[in-house]
Ligand binder design. Sequence first.
Ligand SMILES: [Zn+2]
Length: 326
Amino acid sequence: MADGSRQTVAVGVDLGGTTFNVGVVAPDGTLVAEQSYDTPHSGNEPAALLAVASAVGGIMEQAAIKPEQLLGIGAGIPGPVDPEAGIIKQAPNMHELDGMNAVEILSAETGAKVHIANDAFCATLAELRYGAGRDVENMVMFTLGTGVGGGIALDNQVRRGPRQIMGEVGHIVVEPNGRRCGCGNHGCLEAMVGRDGMVDQAVRLLEQGIPSVLAERGGARHEKLTPKMISEAAQEGDEVALRVMNTSGHYLGVALCSCIVLTDPDLIVLGGGIAAAGDVLFEPIRRTVRHRSIISGYDTSRIVPAELGNAAGMIGAAALVFDAQK
Ligand SMILES: [Zn+2]
């Protein structure tokens, strides 16, 4: 653009129960400015949404963006939403927002056009438009964290389906008699390889007396164990940690085999903290896909880490705004 100061931008918001991030994003996906804030909570008031609105004003001022340059605001919500109606259906750790019309509240406070989507949808959209998936049109993304989220892109669009369930890859059953999942079912991918699932796997191995650096790092009752600790120990060659990564990689691979035959993806992208573990996780995933997706002959070099890291939430939320312009 000839005059950079007049360039149009979108603001992307990544809302979480503890903190939220707000970023000014250019149409090419560049994060021009960003800021992180604590998420306020107060009874039945939409305190978090009011704080978001005020943070949007603050960051526009900080980045010297005039109101007429702002195309709109996109917000990623950590839970199911109705994007058409603008309603947050359920916000874990922020139940005061359940049922609230975030689009109405944020529009009224900021005067801007507002779009919302589920946070995993935003992360998938960010990687599809600007990250690992920018050269493909069909992509599956898994986000690995406390829970397991994801998204499915077909023909260059992230899809959620009429009931907003498409891409809920964390609830693919990978072990029919496995751990109980937060959704009420047993053996969902999220139950097996989400935070609690990975920690449980490690505790079980430690209780068998297998020597491990995790025995000391995890505390007397293993109460300090985290997936990050496990993935770091795996990179150091720790046997217990490596076995957890192998089992987790196996379950992820099994879930990916289902995604491959259902969506025929050009690329599979893995994001979230544990995806940074590298080969100790990717090798068992690729091995499982090679052995278990015989029909597809899937090229496992097309299973890759996400590129945008934590910024994906903000960038993807802003991409909701840019997509709406098309
Ligand atoms: Zn489940």
